[in-house]
Design a protein around this ligand. Structure first.
Ligand SMILES: Cc1ncc(COP(=O)(O)O)c(C=O)c1O
Length: 444
């Protein structure tokens, strides 16, 4: 039986506002009655088609029946009753999680795992892993204690923690006035769609310049760059897609200059792009050395390749170099274990690819119908379109919300779609109808 909260739904915003900045959605989620891709507001009873999915972090929607069965509910409650420090005290639940993960989502070529809370701390610990590796290599060669820079890209979003602030460069409001490191930043050679001959020629040209700049950055500061980091598709920076050829070059650079290649898959990971991990769309030869995960995984963390073992006392051998009190939350691990089982049983990675293709086809059709809508792009369910400017984009998003659909801003003028992995064809069709309605209203 669902016990009512002591705060009535209608009082939620005013209660929170007494102590917090409350600038989120004007809805109070009905955690009991929301279902699948439909989020219900407990104040008004209105239902919203959820193409937002908690910033792409909700993999199987609301109240999936397999999340409600008695056994999983019992396990979740058991794991939630006391908060265990997972990095130092072990449980059967944690072992089950690690075992399920290694059997399903985790890439075999990245056998070392580390867990922490959230995406920024996942990236933060990927960087620490790389610094430790690079500095120890430099010390062993008599080059001194150096190797603490990170080559990264314009329009990147890697989080808002200490180190990641030096990499994130989307909205200045997120980074201004905080101290940052002056690490080398490369332009972002992303594709404009459709990828016709003209657009492809432009992106090839841009890639060449970027690779030359990367070579120059390594030449300018030999032995200083510990890692190259990139989102395989930039999320918050505008849903920016790259050609596979770029990743091939990054792999080459990382090998030639002894840097670790880090893919931030916090947003692209766990099925969103129609593969477990976005890098799996490319030749396995160009696989990264580290992937960072969080969001849909529920637990933040990193998977790391055996390249780390070049250094004897690396962070997976020497205690205490990367650690935190809780080492991720056991409740999140139990929830993730169940999500992985559901994803496997219901073939949700395949569903993401199939439903994503429908969504992208629908978006492409809308660019034909409304010429002010451009650059329809997507891989799996990670789809977006551009509108002429930020104000028009914001009006479209507000209009979708009025019409009962939640979508997200991305970059300067894009609308991004982030349905859950178990979204069905009817939901996709309904989302496209609601979007078309919002776009038609803009024309007037
Ligand atoms: C690619 C990427 N990296 C890192 C982060 C930071 O994750 P968190 O907000 O969980 O710290 C995000 C969050 O949106 C992200 O999209």
């Amino acid at each position: 039986m669902f016990r009512r909260s002591k705060v009535a739904p209608g009082d939620v915003h005013s209660t929170l506002r007494r102590h917090l900045l409350v600038d989120g959605f004007p809805v109070v989620i009905d955690l009991e009655k929301s279902r699948g891709s439909w989020m219900r507001d407990s104040v008004t009873g209105k239902e919203y088609l959820d193409f937002f999915s908690f910033f792409a972090s909700n993999p199987v929607g609301f109240n999936h029946p397999k999340m409600l069965d008695e056994e999983i509910q019992h396990r979740l409650a058991r794991a939630a009753t006391v908060r265990v420090s997972n990095a130092d005290k072990y449980t059967t639940f944690m072992a089950e999680f690690v075992d399920t993960l290694s059997r399903t989502a985790a890439p075999p070529e990245l056998p070392h795992y580390f867990f922490v809370d959230g995406g920024a701390l996942a990236v933060e610990n990927a960087l620490k892993t790389a610094f430790d590796w690079k500095v120890r290599k430099n010390l062993a060669r008599g080059l001194g204690e150096r190797g603490t820079k990170v080559l990264h890209f314009e329009h990147a979003f890697h989080g808002r923690s200490g180190y990641t602030l030096s990499l994130t460069n989307t909205d200045p409001n997120k980074t201004d006035y905080f101290p940052k490191f002056d690490w080398p930043r490369l332009p972002s050679p992303f594709i404009t769609f459709p990828l016709n001959a003209e657009n492809e020629a432009k992106v090839i040209e841009a890639e060449k310049k970027v690779i030359a700049l990367a070579e120059a950055a390594f030449a300018k500061e030999p032995n200083e760059i510990a890692a190259i980091i990139i989102e395989p598709i930039q999320g918050e920076g505008g849903d920016n897609h790259f050609r596979p050829e770029l990743f091939k070059e990054l792999r080459r650079l990382a090998d030639e200059h002894e840097a670790l290649l880090v893919y931030d898959e916090v947003q692209t990971g766990l099925g969103l792009t129609g593969k477990w991990w976005a890098y799996q769309h490319h030749d396995p030869k160009y696989a990264p050395d580290i992937i960072c995960f969080a969001k849909k995984m529920q637990v933040g963390g990193i998977f790391v390749s055996k390249r780390i073992d070049d250094v004897e006392h690396n962070v997976f051998k020497k205690s205490g170099r990367i650690n935190s009190t809780w080492g991720g939350s056991l409740v999140d691990m139990v929830r993730c274990t169940r999500i992985l089982e559901i994803m496997e049983e219901e073939k949700l990675v395949e569903n993401s690819a199939a439903r994503g293709a429908e969504l992208l086809r629908g978006l492409q059709a809308l660019t034909e119908k409304f010429p002010f809508v451009t650059n329809a792009r997507g891989q799996g369910l990670m789809c977006a379109v551009d509108l002429p400017d930020a104000a028009t984009r914001d009006r479209a998003i507000d209009s979708c919300f009025e019409d009962g659909m939640i979508v997200l801003r991305s970059g300067v003028r894009a609308v991004r779609f982030r349905p859950t992995l178990n979204v069905d064809a009817d939901n996709i069709a309904e989302g496209l109808r609601r979007l078309e309605h919002a776009l038609a209203a803009l024309k007037k």
